[in-house]
Design a protein. Structure first.
Length: 559
């Protein structure tokens, strides 16, 4: 009897335990199915599904002739999921051998099971990546990607800038036009087996490719301009040089160059001082090329004519400062035309006093100095122009002769291009077309009247005559109009260095119907400092090539 009761108790206890176990299992099942269903489903899906971004094709950059300046080359990115790499050492050995990688470093990355994704090699050579893919190593994945390339090397490098490994613009036009060039990335959702191998593509969003951009730049004129600057820097042992070539009729930039140059494909390893686009981002005191502004002002306001004569002493006192001409001379009588042709400091200050400080400041602003031109390039500098309420008594003796004011080469080129364009300033621009759409028409504004512009052209032609300071800029068969500039550089202590200069020349040709406006500035030349000696010959070489290349006929009155 007792044994039967004991057996019953054991059975009841076993049933109770089984009931509790069943209840626990049931509760666990309810918990997993009801409460944890979604998180667990996501976990399971993540182990078998993966979404991979598919980069968009970056737009190509062309020059005005259709030549390629920046393109996307096919590449293959290799990645890995360390959780599915069965033998990290063997996989690393194979990948390192084929893709030329550090085997030890890669093996350590593939052995880290805590990571779900690591890059093996970004933008690998597609042929090498295909060789690795044929080995079918579990855990390795591959997808196509673009690598930015600059087939012209150094030609236009300062303008083009750089697109990085993510194919996003990091500098220059690549940065400025990134929204246009980059497009929109797509994605692919794939199903993998337990070994990480792709079984199927279950979802895809198609990438939207970036738009192509055509520039106003001409790669032949650009390459020649760069070559001339390199030779100029070498010949005069200069620190640097810049040049701008514009079509004054429409503001199109045909060339914009700096020396020293660099290969755009090596942008990332080139010092910032070399990659900086000095023609747009750096300023300099323009010296005598700035005298045109005062002359334009007095002519426009009817205060003088080109033949108005002045008796000019060898020096003139402005506040507490004596202003001299660049070369010693006796008291002379000069016309306004001669003042410009001979680049007389005393003469220009005399004219500036007729305008007064308010008048000079007005004409400086009218020509666009002190604000960006609006050229499509990041980091354009507005220049340095003192507000009128900061002018001192001697400022009217400094600014009219190009001291105490700082401009960019592109600003100065645009100012002279306005005179060449019958007095109408046109915004310098680099972009001709985006996709199939032409770029918006460049901003225009009248600076001086047609008659005044015509008069200034004639006066600037005198600068390039045998008696003028710019005789070295003359081109056989063409009338050239322009102005030389020789400016001391500030010494950083409120004065000017005695041994550091910027030599420049800016002008346009053919003077009777201008097709080119060209500026050349040379920073810290040695052996000579004068714009007419250092920069004018470079102007002549650049303009002579461009005139022949563009098949511009000579002037009827050309020499």
């Amino acid at each position: 009897m007792k044994s039967a009761q004991l057996a019953d108790r054991r059975i009841r206890l076993l049933l109770t335990v089984l009931l509790f176990a069943f209840a626990a299992a049931l509760g666990r099942a309810v918990w997993l199915q009801a409460v944890q269903a979604r998180p667990l489903a996501r976990l399971a899906t993540s182990q078998h599904r993966e979404t991979i971004a598919t980069p968009a094709r970056r737009g190509t950059i062309f020059d005005r002739t259709g030549s390629l300046l920046a393109i996307g080359e096919q590449a293959t990115t290799v990645y890995a999921d360390p959780r599915h790499v069965r033998d990290p050492r063997a996989a690393a050995a194979a990948a390192a051998r084929i893709l030329r990688l550090d085997q030890a470093k890669l093996a350590a990355a593939l052995a880290n099971r805590k990571r779900h994704f690591v890059y093996v090699r970004r933008q690998a050579d597609p042929r090498r990546a295909a060789k690795l893919q044929r080995l079918r190593i579990p855990g390795l994945g591959f997808y196509p990607e673009e690598r930015r390339s600059y087939p012209q090397g150094s030609v236009g490098a300062h303008l083009l800038g750089f697109a990085g490994v993510e194919n996003r613009g990091l500098a220059g036009l690549e940065l400025k036009l990134d929204d246009v060039l980059a497009g929109r990335a797509g994605s692919r959702t794939i199903v993998k087996d337990p070994f990480g191998r792709v079984l199927d593509v279950v979802g895809e969003r198609v990438a939207r490719d970036g738009r192509d951009v055509q520039l106003t730049l001409d790669h032949n004129i650009q390459a020649t301009t760069e070559a001339v600057l390199r030779e100029t820097v070498r010949r005069w042992r200069a620190r640097a040089a810049s040049a701008v070539v514009l079509d004054p009729r429409n503001g199109e930039v045909l060339a914009l160059a700096n020396a020293p140059g660099f290969d755009a494909n090596r942008f990332g390893s080139t010092p910032g001082a070399v990659t900086r686009n000095r023609a747009v981002t750096d300023t300099y005191e323009p010296g005598s090329t700035f005298k045109l502004i005062t002359v334009a002002g007095v002519l426009s306001e009817g205060l003088v004519s080109p033949s108005t004569a002045f008796t000019l002493a060898p020096k003139i006192l402005v506040a507490d400062r004596w202003i001299h001409d660049s070369h010693p001379r006796a008291t002379e009588t000069m016309t306004v035309s001669e003042i410009l042709a001979r680049s007389s400091n005393v003469g220009v200050v005399t004219l500036a006093r007729m305008l007064g400080t308010t008048g000079v400041a007005h004409w400086v602003d009218r020509f666009g100095f002190g604000r960006p031109t609006g050229i499509e390039f990041p980091g354009e500098t507005p220049g340095i122009v003192l507000p009128l309420d900061h002018w001192s008594g001697s400022t009217i003796g400094n600014v009219p002769i190009g001291q105490g004011i700082a401009v960019t080469p592109v600003q100065m080129a645009a100012a002279y291009a306005a005179v060449a364009n019958h007095g109408v300033w046109v915004r310098p621009h680099l972009v001709a077309r985006v996709g199939h759409k032409r770029a918006d028409r460049a901003d225009r504004r009248r600076i001086v009247s047609r008659p005044v512009a015509r008069t200034l052209v004639e006066m600037l032609r005198g600068v390039v005559s045998e008696a003028g300071t710019g005789a070295e800029a003359a081109i056989p068969g063409y009338e050239v109009a322009g102005k030389t500039g020789t400016a001391q550089k500030p010494d950083g202590r409120g004065g000017y260095a005695l041994d550091r200069y910027v030599a420049s020349f800016v002008g346009f040709v053919p003077a009777t119907a201008p097709r080119l406006a060209v500026l050349v500035s040379v920073d810290e030349p040695h052996g000579a400092i004068w714009g007419g000696v250092v920069a004018a010959p470079a102007f002549q070489e650049i303009a002579k090539f461009a005139l022949s290349y563009l098949e511009v006929p000579p002037d009827a009155g050309g020499r």
